[in-house]
Design a protein around this ligand. Structure first.
Ligand SMILES: [Ca+2]
Ligand SMILES: [Ca+2]
Ligand SMILES: [Ca+2]
Length: 509
């Protein structure tokens, strides 16, 4: 396994697509191994220090017309001794300047008395559709009542009208509305009817019309999975989670649309999938990432400018990337990783979701720790939204620019080097001559030589400065060129046959 991983020029990316599933990992052994050296250019900064009312933020979505980012804050923690939560769930908004507002306090679920708004997305009707995760508040009888809510919006603000449009989900997590369909990830489905399965999840797929026009009575679904097969007509994909690392059986989590298909990944084992739609509406699932480094996939987001999916690795305090070559091979890389932190200065503190607006990746830090995560201290301040400058260019565009810069810079650098070299040689010649002159002259000559030496010293320092500057510029050009070259190297490294084999295996399931 290890042989597939190579550290490239910047130490940022690894080629993964051909890796086979890990056979068996020791249970409950946290894996934090991350073979990268973070690039300082992607150091996160603190974009919003959230107010005291927002210790556990989660889902985000961008309002395309304004660039505003809507944020759900479920506040699953901290709890009071009697089990009630210290803070109500909130709908908030912030923008690229860091301006932050609380828009609404969610009413608690009528039966559980709690509320867990996670993923959210705008429908074509301008309203927000919200995944309400009741998994942490379901009653002991096993009745699960996670929901999809419609939050009526007007002029960028909630009107106060909130309708339940679907109920009966287990752990409603991410939601994505696209081309007349509403996709919802259900991260933890009961395994009792599927002997031998460690973890199960569902991706639900509802006709948008059904939800937009939902009457007073919500649609009630059944998340039962029997022997690996879902019983409900709207349960589009059933996924499995393998038992590895920290022993988390959570399944489908983040959802994004990229390269003509739906993408999702498992929170418990980090396996990722590309899901195409067959002509008859059924799902065609391909496993695209299944390696020994990514053990956690929370929220994911495709940015069309950089042409990459950004993956929140909650376990490793990391952001991973997924690119796709023209021939359809997926290439995994790392954007950033940091150690356990409280989130100070914007360092990642259990990243859960991200979105991109104008070349900036905004990351929400969930900071509610589970066993095996790098984040060991929950809800430590600051409660944070981080920002990472990723730019607006794809690797292909950067490669072209880097080459052009390197070509333009080359003649100029040579000229500088020549100019710089000349004074240095003169200095040497003068220094060599000095003893001879000193021998000829006596005390009177000494000050003159000192003066010469000083004059000579000045250009020498300039030369040093120039010499120091020149490599730096060259390095810049190389850095610009590097990402694209890395992609090529990774594409070459990806064993295409293994990818095919995995895809075939996934389809067979
Ligand atoms: Ca999530
Ligand atoms: Ca924190
Ligand atoms: Ca923390």
């Amino acid at each position: 396994m290890k042989k597939y991983f190579g550290i490239f020029v910047l130490g940022l990316s690894v080629a993964l697509p051909g890796c086979k599933p890990k056979e068996e990992a020791p249970a409950a052994a946290p894996v934090h191994k991350v073979d990268i050296t973070p690039n300082p250019a992607y150091t996160p900064t603190l974009h919003v220090a959230l107010p005291d009312s927002c210790p556990v933020p989660d889902g985000m979505t961008v309002e395309e017309s304004t660039g505003k980012i809507f944020l759900n804050v479920p506040n699953f923690a901290p709890s009071n001794p009697d089990g009630t939560r210290q803070h109500p769930a909130l709908l908030c908004v912030f923008d690229k300047t860091g301006k932050f507002d609380v828009l609404m306090e969610y009413a608690p679920h009528p039966e559980s008395g709690k509320m867990g708004p996670m993923g959210l997305d705008f429908g074509p009707d301008g309203n927000l559709y919200v995944a309400d995760n009741q998994f942490f508040s379901t009653d002991p009888t096993g009745k699960f009542a996670s929901r999809i809510l419609r939050v009526e919006m007007k002029d960028g603000k909630p009107t106060g009208k909130v309708d339940t449009v679907v109920t009966g989900l287990r752990l409603a997590n991410a939601i994505l509305i696209r081309d007349g369909w509403v996709y919802v990830s259900d991260t933890n489905v009961d395994t009792k009817d599927s002997p031998g399965k460690f973890g199960l999840g569902i991706i639900w797929r509802f006709p948008l019309d059904l939800l937009v026009n939902a009457a007073a009575e919500p649609l009630t679904v059944d998340p039962t999975v029997k022997d690996g097969k879902a019983v409900d007509q709207y349960a589009w994909v059933v996924g499995e989670t393998k038992q590895i690392g920290r022993g988390d059986n959570s399944s489908f989590d983040g959802l994004t649309w990229a390269w003509g298909a739906l993408y999702s990944g498992n929170f418990g084992d980090g396996v990722m999938y590309r899901i195409e739609t067959n002509e008859d509406g059924t799902a065609n699932v391909a496993t695209i990432l299944n390696d020994d480094q990514l053990h956690c996939c929370d929220g994911i987001f495709y940015d069309d400018k950089t042409d990459k999916i950004y993956i929140n690795d909650s376990q490793a305090n990391a952001i991973r990337t997924l690119a796709r070559s023209e021939n359809g091979e997926h290439v995994s890389g790392w954007l950033w990783v940091n150690d356990d932190t409280n989130g100070e200065n914007g360092l990642l503190d259990q990243p859960a979701e991200c979105v991109v607006v104008d070349g900036v990746l905004y990351v929400v830090n969930f900071d509610w720790s589970f066993p095996g995560l790098k984040n060991t201290t929950s809800t430590d301040k600051p409660y944070s939204i981080s920002a990472i400058q990723i730019g607006t260019k794809s690797d292909a565009e950067l490669e072209a620019e880097g080459k052009a810069q390197a070509e333009a810079a080359a003649p100029a650098e040579e000229a500088k080097t020549e100019e710089a070299a000349a004074p240095a040689e003169e200095v040497k010649a003068e220094e060599a001559a000095a003893p001879a002159e000193e021998a000829k002259t006596e005390e009177a000559a000494a000050p003159a030589e000192e003066a010469k030496a000083e004059e000579a010293a000045a250009p020498a320092e300039e030369v040093k400065a120039e010499e120091a500057a020149a490599p730096a510029e060259e390095v810049k050009a190389e850095e610009a060129a590097a990402p694209a070259e890395e992609v090529k190297a990774e594409e070459a490294a990806a064993p295409a046959e293994e990818v095919k084999a995995e895809e075939a295996a996934a389809s067979a399931e």
